[in-house]
Design a protein around this ligand. Structure first.
Ligand SMILES: C[S@@+](CC[C@H](N)C(=O)[O-])C[C@H]1O[C@@H](n2cnc3c(N)ncnc32)[C@H](O)[C@@H]1O
Length: 470
């Protein structure tokens, strides 16, 4: 049963637009959310995913503001996260309104070379952005909380996003360390979460005005920093999953008051059919739960029309970067190892080496070397081994792979594999040694081909206790 704090109701009544009713708002706060997913187009097209799942009873209703987002009916939502296709990275369980900010950021003709996601864990929007960038360019994904950085990395790896570099900072440092560096910035800000009550009935139980004021102070500082990190001409999207105007409209107006000549609000009224139902006078989207039967959300798109002054001096460059570019010989050896398994090394990304580790860096990362400390750059492909390389699971999940080279497991074998067990295999005899196993022609991971079985090589931390068949 939803717990709506009376102070919250009194306060939000001041903010709800005249054409919406507070009674409808309260009613929708108590309704369960429709489950929704986003298909991961880095792994599979939406058409192919639907063709796989519809015969199994999945019913897809398109989400109007995300071409690869769908509300689902006709299956058990509890099981979604444990199903083979989810673990395999074919889709992300993401609330429909949370798909809005990346759509708003990419609602432009321009291709972005460098994007910053300032507050990114658990990574629903980071992985959506990586898919929109088709793994090209550089996407810096920052997260302040250490425990959430781990989840962020796990989701990036599961979804095969190879163009990301993870940082672990308070987002307020970017204006200083990456001044006017990014073509596009998403600030999906920490907030009071008033829009999330349909998912978490206790979200508003302890609501207090003082907390809203504190968090709005942080949001204004994050906003300034994000805007300073944006190149002139670049696009900033500010979003929250809360509803009060103090954390939303007022933060945007604060930015415009600070930089009146450099801030232009871009109207989102035409972002999708019916967007105007949620559009404010400034052109922001203020999504109340009853408008699209979703979580509450706020999205503002802001163009930086001209350069601004640096607020703080340029920091000293970081020294001792531990990676070096692979030589041509090392690159050829890696390419040939990958090709033997049916994998391709993307031409646009750089192969880098640290000690005996081989890494694939995002396109254009070189220009940021020394600018700040990165927690994890791109993806670790392999370690050097006695006779060649020991390939990493995340390389198999992210690199382009020839479907014909994937050893197809049936559903039960896929479940066994994901639970860390060896798989009895008497199909067409695969090549001896390391092989890629998969489902629907898409990789699940590595195995060692032995007579009569495939020996499991799934990393221990990815072994599941429970796997379901959707
Ligand atoms: C709304 S959540 C982000 C959700 C994420 N963008 C997604 O779509 O999966 C806000 C995130 O900001 C992080 N955070 C809190 N304070 C921060 C700060 N000062 N700088 C950067 N991130 C911060 C929180 O730990 C949280 O993970």
């Amino acid at each position: 049963m939803v717990q709506l704090n009376p102070d919250f109701i009194n306060s939000i009544q001041q903010d709800i637009p005249a054409h919406l009713s507070i009674d409808d708002f309260i009613e929708y706060c108590g309704k369960p959310l429709r489950p929704s997913i986003r298909v991961n187009t880095l792994s599979i097209s939406s058409a192919d995913f639907k063709a796989l799942m519809e015969p199994r009873g999945w019913e897809f209703e398109p989400i109007p503001w995300c071409k690869d987002g769908f509300w689902l009916t006709g299956h058990n939502p509890e099981e979604l996260g444990n199903c083979v296709e989810h673990i395999q990275g074919l889709f992300y369980i993401q609330e429909a309104s949370s798909m809005l900010p990346p759509t708003a950021l990419f609602d432009t003709e321009s291709q972005y070379d460098r994007v910053l996601d300032t507050a990114s864990a658990p990574g629903s929007k980071t992985t959506q952005i990586a898919a929109l960038m088709e793994n090209r360019g550089l996407l810096v994904a920052n997260e302040y909380s250490s425990s959430r950085v781990k989840v962020l990395h796990a989701n990036i790896a599961r979804m095969g996003a190879s163009n990301t570099a993870i940082t672990h900072f308070d987002g307020r440092v970017f204006g200083e360390y990456q001044f006017e560096t990014f073509d596009a910035v998403l600030l999906d800000a920490p907030c009071s979460g008033e829009g999330t009550v349909r998912k978490d009935p206790d979200a508003l139980k302890y609501w207090r005005q003082e907390d809203i004021d504190d968090i709005a102070d942080t949001q204004r500082e994050l906003m300034l920093s994000a805007f300073q990190a944006l190149k002139p001409g670049g696009m900033l999207v500010y979003s929250t999953c809360t509803l009060n105007t103090r954390e939303n409209q007022q933060v945007c107006h604060f930015l415009k008051e600070t930089y009146p000549d450099a801030v232009e609000f871009i109207s989102l009224a035409n972002l999708f059919a019916d967007a105007d139902k949620a559009t404010t006078v400034e052109g922001f989207l203020h999504v109340w739960p009853q408008i699209f039967d979703s979580e509450g959300f706020f999205v503002a798109a802001i163009c930086k029309t001209q350069a601004v002054d640096r607020a703080l001096p340029r920091p000293k460059p970081q020294k001792n970067f531990p990676f070096t570019h692979a030589s041509r010989k090392q690159t050829e050896a890696m390419k040939s190892h990958l090709n033997n398994l049916g994998l391709t090394l993307p031409e646009t990304q750089s192969l880098m080496i640290r000690d005996a580790e081989y890494w694939l860096f995002p396109e254009g990362f070189d220009e940021l070397i020394g600018s700040m400390r990165f927690q994890r750059i791109g993806l670790k492909l392999a370690d050097e081994a006695k006779h060649g390389f020991k390939l990493r699971h995340e390389a198999v999940m992210a690199l382009p792979c020839q479907q014909a080279r994937v050893i197809e497991l049936d559903e039960q074998q896929a479940v066994e594999y994901l639970m860390g067990r060896d798989v009895a295999f008497d199909g067409d005899k695969p090549a001896k040694g390391e092989v890629i196993v998969g489902r629907h022609g898409i990789p699940l991971g590595l195995a060692k081909s032995l007579p009569g079985k495939l020996k499991n090589s799934l990393p221990r931390d990815l072994v599941r206790d429970k796997v379901s068949t959707a």
